[in-house]
Design a protein around this ligand. Sequence first.
Ligand SMILES: [Zn+2]
Length: 185
Amino acid sequence: MTKEELVSLYVDGGLSLSGVAKRIGSTTTTVQRNMIRLGIPRRKDGGMSGINNPSWGKPKSQAQKDKISSSLTGRFIGEKSCHWKGGRISRAGYVYVHSPNHPQANASGYVCEHWLVAEKALGHYLPTGAVVHHINGVRSDNGNTNLVICENNSYHRFLHGRLTRLFLDGYCLVKDDCPQFKEEE
Ligand SMILES: [Zn+2]
C-alpha cells in the first residue's frame, strides 16, 4: 500500500483503520503499521473528534480560545478533580500521596509514599539520586520494616547483587523481586 492510497482513504475519505483495511484487502494491524511507517498521523475515531466534528478545520477566534482556556483553568486539579481520592492514588502498583510542596513532587503534585515514609524515618528529605528498596518486592507495602534507603543506585545494585547471590546459594528462600530494580534493568 502506498502513502497516496492511505491518505486518500483514511485522511481524505475519513475511513476508519478497519474500513481502510477492508477496502484494500489488508488487516487493521498492517494498515496501522504502514501509517506509522509513512508518517500519517492517527485520528481519534468516533465521537465528535477530528473530522467528525462540525468545526473541524475552522479556525478559532482568540475570544473562543480564551473562553475554552478560562473554563478549563484550575478546574480539574487536586481536590477539584472528579478523580480526587483523598490525596492517595495508586499507579503501577506504587502508592502516591498528594504533597504539592515536596521537592520531588511530580507535575500533578504527587510523591511516592515509600519515599515519604523513608524521609519521615530519616527526619529529613532524601538526597537526589537516592533509591528506596522494597524488601518483599510489594510496591504498595510501605511499612518502615519493608523499606531500605539506598543512598544511590550503585548501592541499590550492590544490594541486589548480594540478595541474588544469597538466593542462589540457598541462604535466602525468597527470590529477590524488587520492582524498582527490575524496571531499571
Ligand atoms: Zn531494590
